[in-house]
Ligand binder design. Structure first.
Ligand code: C2O
Ligand code: CU
Length: 468
């Protein structure tokens, strides 16, 4: 009998009944419930709708939200899993969900170029394999400047096979909102100034709250914090007080080795994973937002404060190495993207290579896939742009000819006014992928274009360059 039971225990059919490996315990955002018992499939249910929430004292605020939460629920998977999202649109307008940063099958990217909009009352099932561990997020890709800003966003994590051991994982979604005196969200406009500089909020919002977040933290604790900037336009900087901080991961997952930094620039759309180790004599640990003021210095806004108390932690700083970055080879292809402003009478237009995205006849950019490529980003405007590429990762080779020392895989890079950046990517993921400015007003006003990425079989082997 005993023998039979132990035999049964290793029978493959029974594996489905064993509970999936638990996801790490998280703090700061509400995890979604996995509806699929299979070990390598996670299924989440998301519903977009308009809800009223108590954001500030006094009147409630009408927001758009996934599952009534701000931010939407945290979606978690492990490397190699299949992620399925049953999505129901209860808004009174069409929408889609885009999985920001994930290198997935093109048809599931959630942009109108590859799927029909999900109309009010409709359901759409997104399903794709997740191959890259990292910190991502999700949001609509239609009328994004309003839908996302009104609250439709959530975080998405793909955990490593064997995640580094820490005392706690914390999530921070940094945002700002523009509220009227009665706590309603101020109306959306694409005319100036918002169409020019993007929509800046008048309230900082962290994990959907206007107030300082609080908790306790153990003496000497070793933690992993994941940060994302979900604002419409505002570039943020952050720092940590009362603890040491090292950057361990970028948009595309863990770095080969962590590096130290005291103040980190976090442009819209971008993510960082940091290791936080509580200082020996600290009484409290703070996550602080730093924003430049008129005097060219930074003002500090505490976002989160943890009082140091309890049993000292015995956890050691783990090995964070995510393995080597992809090798940078000699480029066989060069793609030039010129970002510019076209000043209009009432509205500005933002262009990529002279094209405005909402004009019917704009051209796609042709990219030979699976090919070492330099993407030359040239910003001819005076304004900064958090430039985002779908479906691929890149490395930053240079800013105005200098090595910027910004290691890691990224899907978003902030380009300063009149700057030139050279990116490196091999475009391993074929399909029609959007590239755009993540200042949502800029994207809406034209700074967005499709890249048609081939599988590389069109490469001319004699020269390495594709046929023109
Ligand atoms: Cu965060 Cu095209 O998206
Ligand atoms: Cu822009």
């Amino acid at each position: 009998m005993l023998l039979l039971m132990s035999l049964l225990a290793c029978a493959p059919e029974l594996q489905e009944e064993t509970a999936p490996i638990p996801m790490p315990e998280v703090w700061g955002t509400q995890p979604a419930i996995d509806h699929d018992p299979a070990e390598d499939v996670v299924e989440y249910h998301l519903e977009a709708s308009m809800v009223e929430i108590q954001l500030a004292d006094g009147e409630k605020t009408e927001v758009l939200a996934y599952n009534g939460q701000l931010p939407g629920p945290l979606l978690q998977a492990r490397v190699g899993d299949t992620l399925r999202v049953v999505f129901e649109n209860q808004l009174d307008e069409a929408t889609t969900i885009h999985w920001h940063g994930l290198r997935i099958e093109n048809a599931m990217d959630g942009v109108p170029a590859v799927q029909d909009p999900v109309e009010p009352g409709e359901t759409f099932i997104y399903e794709f394999a997740v191959e890259d561990a990292g910190s991502y997020w999700y949001h609509p890709h239609m009328r994004t400047y309003e839908q996302l800003d009104r609250g439709l966003y959530g975080l998405l994590t793909v955990h490593e096979k064997d995640p580094p051991k820490v005392d706690q994982e914390r999530y921070f979604a940094l945002d700002d909102m523009r509220l009227n005196d009665d706590n309603s969200i101020s109306r959306y406009t694409l005319t100036r100034p918002d169409g020019r500089i993007g929509r800046y909020g008048n309230r900082l919002v962290i994990n959907g709250q206007l107030e300082l977040l609080t908790d306790t933290i153990r003496p000497g604790a070793v933690e992993r914090w994941r940060l994302v900037n979900t604002a419409s336009a505002r570039t943020m900087w952050f720092s940590v007080d009362g603890a040491s901080m090292r950057i361990v991961g970028t948009d595309g997952g863990l770095l080969p080795e962590p590096y130290e930094s005291s103040r980190v620039q976090l442009p819209v759309g971008q993510r960082y994973d940091i290791e936080v180790i509580v200082d020996a004599d600290a009484e409290a640990v703070q996550l602080q937002l730093q924003l430049p003021n008129d005097q060219g210095r930074f003002d500090t806004y505490p976002l989160f404060e943890a009082i140091v108390e309890g049993e000292p932690s015995t956890t050691q700083a783990p090995d964070w190495s995510g393995g080597p970055l992809p090798e940078i080879r000699e480029a066989e292809q060069e793609i030039e993207l010129i970002l510019d402003l076209e000043v209009g009478a009432r509205r500005d237009q933002w262009t990529i290579n002279g094209d405005v995205h909402h004009e019917e006849n704009h051209e796609h950019i042709h990219v030979i896939g699976n090919t070492p490529t330099h993407v030359i980003l040239r910003n001819e405007s005076l304004f900064e742009h958090p430039f985002h590429l779908h479906g691929q990762f890149f490395q930053i080779l240079s800013r105005d000819g200098e090595d910027p020392k910004e290691p890691g895989l990224k899907d978003t890079v902030l380009i300063a006014g009149e700057q030139e950046i050279v990116l490196y990517s091999e475009f391993e993921n074929p399909g029609v992928w959007m590239v755009h400015c993540h200042i949502l007003e800029h994207g809406e006003l034209g700074m967005m274009i499709e890249m048609d990425v081939t599988d590389g079989t069109d490469k001319d082997s004699s020269t390495g360059f594709g046929a023109p």
